[in-house]
Design a binder for this molecule. Structure first.
Ligand code: ZN
Ligand code: ZN
Length: 405
């Protein structure tokens, strides 16, 4: 478009920024931000909202905040982007405070605003507050809560140990529960080791999404943790009979404008040898500092060394090792993206790296951001599912479907 001499407008720029946000391409997003200033559309509200959203989705919440604060007139989309950004980046209290400020400025919240607010309550474990906001949706704003709002509430109630209340809420919903509702219930049931609700949720998911491997794997892991090996076996057979294929779990990292993608136990990268050398060095260093790989997460009858391998070479760990090699400057945070939820072992690993190596790591998984600084994570480990939705590695349930690039 530029080569043909056509001048981009606000719509072009905001579309470009949104693409960068989706892919979490911070550098490209910053370049487009620069371009918006040179062509004079940086004050366009659509562009500003897109930029705030982009910085939030890249985990650079400070820049999003500066931009948001500098914008004189802000619409609901802009406020929503910032509230969502705080909620997703572990700044739940700031998200709720900003929502209250939005009301003071006489702006009418919409369903997206409430999704961010409920999501902040869920992350922070604020049950009563969450219930209050949930009631406000219909009582004060005359809106019907959406399935997404209900899913947030089920997550909030379930994580805080109120699984029965979460199930009651599903029964009282004015909508037919969809896969998001059941997968949220399955996830919190797994976290709370509640096999009764877990089985119910999984059964609904088997019907709604017959080819999704996630519920099979999660339920199988729940059975395995209880030593119910016969049930594990029959689930495996069911998966095989229905030809359920595992989806590919991968992580990616941007180095000097290039995207590098890794799958678990990936050995296809040209610098594989160096990456594994760095990762093994890191594991050794972390073990000396007290880190123990959680091989319990590999709930299969494999020997200890193989359990160790399949948990230690998850895609995000390989991406991290590669990032540490390529970005030795300790002041630059390592940014990693992952297409599914990070497992608890990788989460613990990143926390250790942030304190032992002293490096800030920002990991965006399918659920939220994790900012690892000085041995702590911004998510406060709240409601961290100990079970992996995706079984990585060659010894997973559907071994034959091992991830490919
Ligand atoms: Zn992992
Ligand atoms: Zn975290």
């Amino acid at each position: 478009m530029l080569l043909q001499g056509i001048k981009p407008d606000g719509f072009t720029i905001s579309s470009l920024v949104s693409s960068c946000a989706k892919l979490a391409l911070l550098h490209h997003g910053q370049v487009v931000h620069g371009k918006s200033i040179t062509i004079g559309v940086d004050n366009n509200l659509q562009v500003t909202s897109a930029l705030v959203n982009m910085y939030c989705k890249c985990g650079v919440i400070e820049d999003a905040w500066v931009l948001f604060s500098m914008t004189p007139t802000r619409n609901v989309i802009c406020w929503n982007s910032m509230i969502w950004g705080f909620a997703q980046n572990g700044q739940d209290i700031e998200a709720l405070a900003l929502y209250e400020k939005m009301l003071q400025e006489n702006l009418k919240p919409d369903s997206v605003t409430f999704l961010s607010v409920l999501s902040a309550c869920r992350h922070a474990g604020l049950v009563e507050k969450g219930q209050g906001y949930f009631r406000r949706i219909s009582e004060l704003h005359s809106m019907t809560p959406t399935l997404d709002h209900y899913a947030c509430m089920i997550g909030l109630l379930g994580c805080s140990g109120n699984l029965d209340k979460a199930v009651d809420l599903i029964k009282d919903m004015p909508h037919d529960p969809d896969s998001l509702i059941w997968s949220t219930l399955l996830s919190v049931s797994a976290k709370k080791s509640n096999i009764k609700h877990g089985e119910m949720a999984a059964r609904h998911l088997f019907e709604l999404e017959p080819l999704n491997a996630g519920p099979y794997i999660m339920l199988s892991n729940m059975y395995a943790s209880l030593g119910r090996w016969e049930d594990v076996k029959s689930l495996r057979s069911l998966m095989k009979a229905k030809n359920v294929k595992k989806f590919v779990a991968y992580s990616w990292i941007e180095i000097d404008n290039y995207i590098f993608k890794f799958v678990a136990e990936d050995r296809t990268h040209p610098e594989t040898e160096m990456i594994y050398k760095e990762l093994n060095r890191l594991i050794k260093k972390l073990q000396e500092a007290g880190f123990t790989p959680d091989t319990n997460l590999v709930l299969h009858d494999v020997v200890v060394e193989e359990k160790f391998e399949s948990i230690c070479y998850h895609s995000e760990k390989l991406a991290l090792a590669f990032g540490l090699i390529k970005k030795p400057d300790g002041t630059i945070p390592i940014r990693i993206m992952k297409n599914i939820r990070v497992c608890s072992d990788c989460h613990e690993f990143m926390k250790f790296v942030s304190s032992v190596v002293g490096r800030t790591i920002v990991l965006r998984d399918s659920k939220r951001f994790h900012h690892f600084i000085g041995g702590k994570c911004s998510c406060n480990d709240y409601c961290f599912s100990v079970l992996v939705l995706e079984v990585h590695g060659r010894r997973g349930i559907s071994d034959e479907n091992k991830s490919h690039r």
